[in-house]
Design a protein around this ligand. Structure first.
Ligand code: PGA
Length: 302
């Protein structure tokens, strides 16, 4: 009988999805050698290779492709079993979450999956910016927040669960559109549209350029990612936005990402609640779900 572990299945599933050991490792918060080791052991018990390397890329072998179907079925069955248990445990409470505006680009997708598994859970979602989120957390007005790293000294429990890459967004006809490895210093010749004070994106951007000793010319301040995207398309300037916010525009060739040195800026998303808060069944299940699966479900972006 085939000897394999659930962990190997999850690692296989991630490598097969990303077709990259390093991305799978990132998504699972494992090291790359740990991922390679799991795959090696799995291939040994299977007795056939599941991946092959051609040049720098890896591909699924025929056996790997077939196995991927089984793997998905098994993992889906486990999800169904989890849903059954949660039903029996009466996972029917409420969950109120509050997310930073940039996180609203992926949270609904996560909630859709979560609610499918826990149909009796009643979820409310509130979207606001980072500063307001911190005030609401301080007043204990929600079960959980999704935001960039919260500041120290706020008595908060914050667990990272997914990457957030900030990139420089430009209109498709920008003169630097086809330039590679643009030096940071070149950016001083551009005007930047910026998010409002109190936005995590804005804070990260300011910190980054201050560290690099570069002074940016900032143009109009706008309080939503959407407004910045529209203004960039209309040629008002460049924007620095999370890759989560621009997927559609990039696919439709309405905006581009400039290839600038030291970019993207790497941030992470955190599940945040007050320290010592007793999470209810649903909130705890949602936190577990974020940590275990958000990264894979939303995918590597940027
Ligand atoms: P925001 O994003 O800019 O929408 O507040 C949150 C963050 O990156 O911390």
């Amino acid at each position: 009988m085939l000897h394999l572990t659930l962990r190997q299945l999850k690692v296989f599933d991630a490598v097969a999805r990303h077709l990259s050991y390093s991305r799978a490792a990132e998504a699972l918060y494992l090291t790359q050698p740990a991922v390679s080791m799991q795959i090696k052991q799995l291939e040994e018990s299977a007795g056939v290779p599941l991946f092959e390397q051609i040049g720098k890329k890896i591909y699924l072998t025929e056996a790997g492709e077939e196995f991927q179907q089984y793997c998905r079925n098994i993992l889906q069955q486990l999800n169904d079993a989890e849903a059954m248990f949660s039903d029996l445990k009466g996972m029917s409470g409420k969950l109120s979450i509050c997310v930073a505006s940039t996180a609203s680009y992926f949270t609904p997708q996560l909630l859709a999956e979560f609610c499918k598994r826990h149909p009796k859970a009643k979820v409310s979602l509130n979207v606001t910016n980072r500063e307001t989120l911190l005030q609401r957390l301080a007043h204990n007005e929600m079960d959980m927040a999704i935001m960039g790293r919260p500041p120290e000294g706020f008595d908060l429990d914050a667990t990272p669960f997914m990457e957030n890459r900030l990139a420089i967004i430009a209109p498709v006809n920008h003169p630097l559109a086809t330039t590679g490895n643009i030096p940071l210093s070149r950016l001083s010749e551009e005007t930047f549209l910026v998010r409002e004070q109190g936005s995590g994106t804005r804070i990260a951007m300011e910190r980054f350029f201050a560290d690099q000793g570069i002074k940016l010319t900032t143009g109009t301040e706008m309080s939503t990612n959407e407004a910045i995207k529209q203004a960039v398309q209309a040629g008002m300037g460049l924007g620095i936005l999370s890759m989560h916010t621009v997927q559609l525009e990039l696919e439709m060739h309405r905006l581009i990402v400039l290839d600038v040195q030291s970019f993207p800026i790497l941030r992470r998303w955190y599940a945040v609640h007050r320290q010592g808060k007793r999470l209810g069944n649903v909130a705890q299940a949602f936190k577990d779900f974020l940590l275990a699966e958000a990264s894979d479900l939303i995918g590597e972006i940027g």
